[in-house]
Design a protein around this ligand. Structure first.
Ligand code: HEC
Ligand code: HEC
Length: 448
């Protein structure tokens, strides 16, 4: 009797995975992968890696001062793409031509389609953002560009401190760094105690030269949407930039790559990944030890390491950055502690195949190159002192087949094929988006 019970336990745990609709027979590869995943998870449970559904608000991390609701998400979904709020450009030529999505292009995995994001001062789009370049009327320092490649906003609900150096937010790794907030006007917002995402987006609307005006509220018609999302607030506070940022934050928290094959696999569909993707996942969660760092639900983490990759100026195509740019110091720029120099946040890993620019300085153009970089374990950036380099960054001795499999897991196993569900049909101004300049309009096939 005891033996039979034991046999049943093993059958249910290791051989058969049961979902609502179907019973899958686990192959030995599935069993190996499942046990590696369980071991790699903080909670000893596959669930650790499962992303919530976008409408399961209770399961999505959020700022208690900005609780999620559908109306905020709908408003944020338009404002994120709204070129009509691009109302404070450096030059008249930039007016109403750019949006948040100029640098966080959905079809590029919510990253830019080029090595550096360009909003105000840029022109052109191409198919995927790859044609965007400088508008002739602008000088480099007048453009809205940064010294690091834009991070994806996919799965950002699981990022505790935002940006590559984690400077936003008063919790997490920023506890104990309060004195730094005084130094940079942009960081005074951390004193308000909002979550990092809300804080960054309040600043972001200013940094990216956007405004909520009477025109936006009444001519385009956003007022009713603010009423629906923030109706419990006094009218004199309801239509604020802060609330625009809150709505955008709510929308961003729902950007979850939960239809990626790896996600479907975790939820029980053992056919969702190919054999090669499963082998690649096994490399990721065992031999290559990628999961030591890429360990949270978004396969990123709120920790900072130096991998010795090249900085953005090295691409030779980036504007307004250089070898002397203090942003090359990563976490060290923020904390002022030399021990943090050249360390960058561990980014999420979904939909990276959608745009071929990797690492904070866009120094790699294929995921195969990225995997080879980790496998070789040789830093490429001579300005990063050896003692700063993560001790885990060393030769991995993966076989060529393991490199191949791991690459395929990153390329397709972690790619949600349907991110278009997060793009609005239209924005209320009726403008083109994500860009609305002359070239972009032609390339996007919209407007005049
Ligand atoms: C000009 C390009 C550009 C535009 C426009 C832009 N961003 Fe970004 N975004 C970036 C860059 C670059 C980073 C990384 C910044 C850093 O590390 O310092 C980033 C990072 C972020 C992050 C942090 C992600 C993380 O994991 O830490 C969020 C959130 C974000 N942007 C939201 C927005 C919103 C909302 C808007 C519109 C208000 C916007 N961005 C407009 C370039 C841009
Ligand atoms: C020591 C911690 C650590 C380990 C181990 C690690 N990573 Fe990373 N990973 C990082 C950090 C930090 C970055 C960002 C570095 C930068 O851009 O300066 C990164 C960046 C990446 C990127 C680029 C993402 C982007 O948005 O550009 C990919 C892809 C990646 N890692 C995959 C892997 C794989 C595959 C492995 C296992 C072979 C691995 N990582 C192991 C810390 C780690």
């Amino acid at each position: 009797m005891k033996l039979r019970l034991l046999a049943m336990f093993f059958t249910c745990t290791f051989i058969v995975a049961c979902t609502k609709d179907k019973i899958y027979l686990d192959t030995p590869l599935d069993q190996l992968l499942t046990s590696s995943l369980v071991r790699a998870s903080k909670t000893n449970n596959l669930d650790h890696f499962i992303l919530p559904d976008a409408d399961d608000f209770a399961a999505i991390p959020q700022d208690p001062r900005n609780p999620l609701n559908q109306e905020k998400v709908e408003l944020g979904k338009m404002l994120f793409f709204e070129t009509g709020i691009a109302l404070s450009p450096t030059k008249e030529a930039g007016k109403k031509t750019y949006s948040c999505a100029s640098c966080h292009v959905p079809s590029a995995g919510f990253r830019p389609g080029s090595p550096q994001g360009i909003a105000d001062g840029g022109i052109g789009f191409g198919y995927n953002g790859e044609n965007r370049t400088k508008l002739a009327a602008y000088r480099d320092f007048e453009m809205d560009v940064q010294g690091v490649r834009p991070l994806s906003v996919l799965n950002v609900a699981f990022v505790e401190n935002t940006t590559w150096n984690g400077r936003f937010g008063s919790t997490g790794v920023n506890v104990g760094t309060e004195d730094r907030w005084e130094l940079d006007p942009e960081l005074h917002i951390n004193e308000a105690g909002f979550a990092a995402l809300e804080s960054q987006n309040i600043e972001g609307l200013d940094v990216h030269r956007m405004e909520i005006t009477e025109e936006v509220l009444d001519d385009y018609g956003y007022r009713a949407h603010f009423d629906a999302a923030f109706g419990s607030e006094e009218e004199n506070e309801r239509y604020s930039k802060k609330n625009a940022a809150f709505a955008i934050s709510a929308y961003l928290r729902t950007l979850l790559s939960n239809q990626a094959p790896f996600q479907e696999y975790l939820k029980g569909n053992k056919d969702a990944m190919t054999t090669q993707e499963k082998k690649g996942a096994l490399v990721f969660f065992s031999d290559a030890k990628c999961y030591h760092c890429h360990k949270e639900k978004n396969l990123g983490a709120n920790e900072f390491y130096a991998l010795g990759v090249d900085d953005l100026y090295k691409t030779g195509v980036a504007f307004n950055t250089s070898a002397e740019d203090i942003r090359n110091l990563g976490r060290g720029e923020y904390t002022g502690d030399p021990l943090d120099n050249h360390k960058f946040k561990i980014p999420q890993l979904y939909n990276l195949a959608d745009a071929p620019f990797y690492f904070h300085g866009s120094s790699k153009y294929t995921l195969k190159e990225v995997v080879n970089y980790f496998n070789d374990g040789v830093p490429e950036n001579e300005t990063v002192p050896t003692e700063q380099i993560a001790r885990q960054f060393k030769p991995l001795d993966l076989t060529p087949q393991q490199v191949e499999d791991l690459t395929v897991f990153l390329e397709t196993g972690l790619r949600d094929p349907n991110l278009n569900r997060y793009v609005p049909e239209a924005v209320l101004s009726g403008n083109c988006f994500p860009n609305n300049d002359l070239f972009s309009k032609i390339e996007l096939g919209c407007g005049e």
